[in-house]
Design a protein around this ligand. Structure first.
Ligand code: DP6
Length: 324
């Protein structure tokens, strides 16, 4: 046989305790641990075929052939799989998201989680979950958290061997909803790759890193006890800390737009009025508004009333990356 093929599906995730900054940039060993929830309504589906007749790797994204930086990144990642499996043929990669790109949902997490699984199966590697998570981390840090299911913690580790993510609660454990308020679909000026690289230029980064172990414990315990009040307080605090680092790094990164701040303030008012809701924001202007699922209809209609909100996407917790 001269071609080996496999297909896999993985969900993106939203971090409650954020990954920002690397201890080892090349291996993507993070400066700090992080906690996230997979987003079950959203997914990337990826097929990989290693084919001896190919002269180069090929990438099709959302039905369109790609020859730019995305192909380079995928090809570099496939080199790691080829090295691990002693396979030397090139591959055809076809990847499709069921959510639009550029909406503030990090597609690199689900993309590299699905690619890791499809490529490793196609290459004949039978990786256990932790090794799949380690592999996905090499493609995109947050992708290691899209390998296990539900509520996930990425322990930072200190080497390639001990830096991976595990699930600490199933998707059914807590019926949370992520209502993503899209305020801009423009491509971000500074991607997370560059952001991680300059995180240490902020005088606040060292202080943030020092606090992370207690943030992780507070967030993990709040999720395990379904304590929304503590969960909201620590999730917003960690998001604000990460954005403070971004704003004070060199060059300074300001991802928020005026509607971003309007949503943050509205969410705090809603919480004061008794609704279990909080916000978190990644490296972009769109706001992930997290609430208990029973309140999501109400939250979506409240968000739609805020000037500048273009649309709201939503998702509950999701399962692990899986072959299909
Ligand atoms: C702000 O995983 O996208 O979303 O490893 O360069 O692909 P790369 O970075 P990435 O960084 C995610 C940053 C974040 C926070 C988080 O998801 O934890």
């Amino acid at each position: 046989m001269n071609s080996k093929t496999a297909t896999a599906v993985a969900h993106p995730n939203i971090a409650f305790i954020k990954y920002w900054g690397n201890h080892n940039q090349e291996l993507r060993i993070p400066s700090n641990g992080s906690i996230s929830m997979n987003l079950g309504a959203l997914f990337t589906r990826t097929s990989v075929t290693f084919d001896e007749s190919l002269q180069t790797d090929q990438l099709t994204l959302q039905g369109e052939s790609n020859t730019g930086p995305a192909l380079q990144r995928v090809s570099g990642f496939l080199d790691i799989v080829r090295k691990t499996s002693s396979l030397d043929s090139f591959a055809r990669v076809e990847s499709q998201n069921n959510f639009p790109m550029g909406t503030g949902i990090a597609s690199s997490a689900s993309a590299f989680a699905a690619l890791s699984l499809a490529a490793s199966v196609a290459a004949g590697l039978d990786l256990e979950e932790k090794d799949l998570s380690r592999l996905a981390r090499r493609g995109s840090g947050s992708a290691c958290r899209s390998v296990p299911g539900g509520f996930v913690e990425w322990a930072k580790g200190s080497t390639d061997v001990d830096s991976y993510a595990i699930s600490f609660a199933s998707p059914e454990h807590w019926d949370l909803a992520d209502c993503v308020a899209i305020v801009s679909q423009a491509h971000k000026a500074t991607g997370s790759n560059e952001g991680h690289r300059i995180a240490n230029t902020s005088p606040l980064q060292a202080m943030r890193i020092e606090q992370i172990p207690s943030h992780l414990k507070r967030c993990r315990d709040a999720i395990l006890q379904r304590d929304f009040e503590v969960f909201a307080e620590i999730t917003e605090h960690d998001c604000n800390m990460m954005h403070a680092v971004m704003m004070t790094s060199n060059p300074s990164l300001i991802y928020w737009l005026p509607p971003t701040l309007a949503i943050m303030q509205a969410v705090r008012e809603w919480r004061k009025s008794g609704i279990p809701v909080c916000y978190t924001i990644d490296a972009g202007p769109n706001v992930h508004v997290i609430c208990e699922a029973a309140y999501q209809e109400n939250i979506v209609s409240l968000l739609n009333e805020i000037p500048g909100v273009e649309r709201v996407m939503r998702s509950g917790p999701g399962g692990p990356a899986r072959p299909i």
